[in-house]
Design a protein around this ligand. Structure first.
Ligand SMILES: Cc1ncc(COP(=O)(O)O)c(C=O)c1O
Length: 363
């Protein structure tokens, strides 16, 4: 690492950011583009900030290949607010929406949707401990939409082929933890949302990509901050946007384009994930992965050790070795390695070397 104080950061989110992006933000912190001010200090109505938000949007459009008939919104409230905004905007009074539940986040999304209306479970893999992608779906052809979570951050379950909704039912995706980690065909989706703080930047901004025709469903009486149509009409500037977070995601989008775009990023992500899964699979059962092989996430890899004591020791010793954020979520237990876009192959290799070493000493 060029900066000796940096650690290998496997945090699930907020998470590691590309060093180049942090260095650019640092270089521009006191004087943003000759304004004599930080980007945090300039008006969101200034031409400098307008350029920041417009460039971020244009770069994301290029990165994901977002067609012209989709709007990109930069909102606040995290992905958690989208759990409520989505049904408020796109599920008409009395209508029902379908949800595929493959982990804690899908479960939370449907719970929120049910507080304010009807939602059906199209599939739920909780009985198998959230270790798989469902093979069959029970779909309502009249559903307002079909919602799924492309990557379950806690259980490490990822979709690589989108589920297919019935004709005319828009597909909605919570892409918070695998956003811009591999190419997708945006035209298959009605709406995609993602909290930024895993692959796209710091917390504070949530990206929503919505197909234009869905804006016509938005009811007339929604509070303006919860209204996709109003947010789209004002270019996400009805009020003060989270300007520093928007600036940072803009830098990350530029970095991703410079890294060769999503095809190249996916190649690196596959290489990193393969390193970790191999370390698990070749450990003779010392390390045990959570997900079934076909559902294995490229982003979050939960795994267990033979005992909780060893897991505790692993976490402590890893930290001493400069490998941070490996303790798993309490609902799965054990360890979890989050290897988002900005985690390097070198950092992943350091983890894998540590795992081999640890097993040698404790296996
Ligand atoms: C897949 C997924 N959805 C939703 C959320 C909630 O995001 P936020 O904290 O931005 O509300 C998370 C947070 O980790 C997540 O991983």
């Amino acid at each position: 690492m060029s900066n000796p104080k940096r650690v290998y950061n496997f945090n699930p989110g907020p998470a590691v950011l590309p060093l180049e992006v942090l260095q650019q933000a640092q270089a521009e912190l006191l004087d943003f583009k000759g304004t004599g001010m930080s980007v945090m200090e300039i008006s969101h109505r200034s031409k400098e900030f307008e350029a920041v938000i417009q460039t971020a949007e244009a770069d994301l459009r290029e990165l994901l290949g977002i067609p012209a008939n989709y709007k990109i919104l930069f909102l606040q409230g995290g992905a958690s607010l989208q759990f409520a905004m989505l049904p408020m905007n796109l599920r008409a009074a009395g209508a029902s929406a379908d949800y595929i539940v493959t982990g804690v986040w899908g479960k939370t999304a449907i719970k929120e949707a049910r507080k304010i209306g009807k939602a059906r479970t199209a599939a739920n893999t909780e009985a198998d401990g959230f270790t798989s992608i469902p093979e069959t779906l029970d779909l309502d052809p009249q559903a307002a939409y079909l919602h799924f979570t492309s990557n379950e951050t806690i259980h490490g379950i990822e979709y690589f082929t989108e589920p297919t909704p019935p004709a005319g039912v828009p597909l909605i995706c919570d892409a918070s933890s695998d956003f811009i980690s591999h190419p997708i065909d945006v035209s298959k989706y009605g709406l995609i949302y993602a909290g930024a703080q895993k692959n796209a930047g710091p917390s504070g901004v949530t990206i929503v990509i919505i197909r234009d025709d869905l804006l016509e469903r938005v009811p007339a009486n929604l509070p303006v901050m919860l209204d996709y149509k109003a947010q789209a009409a004002t270019g996400s500037m009805h009020n003060t946007p989270p300007s520093f977070s928007v600036y940072m995601v803009g830098l990350v989008f530029k970095w991703a384009l410079k890294s060769g775009g999503l095809t190249e990023i996916e190649k690196t992500n596959r290489k990193k994930a393969e390193l970790v899964y191999q370390a698990i699979d070749q450990s003779g059962g010392f390390y045990r992965g959570h997900a079934q092989p076909a559902a294995r996430s490229l982003m979050n890899i939960p795994f267990r050790l033979p005992s909780e004591e060893l897991e505790e020791t692993f976490s402590k010793e890893a930290k001493n070795a400069g490998l941070i954020g490996l303790k798993g979520h309490r609902s799965v237990g054990g360890m979890r390695a989050s290897i988002y876009n900005a985690m390097t192959v070198e950092g992943t290799q350091a983890l894998v070397n540590f795992m081999a070493d640890f097993q040698r000493k404790n296996g």
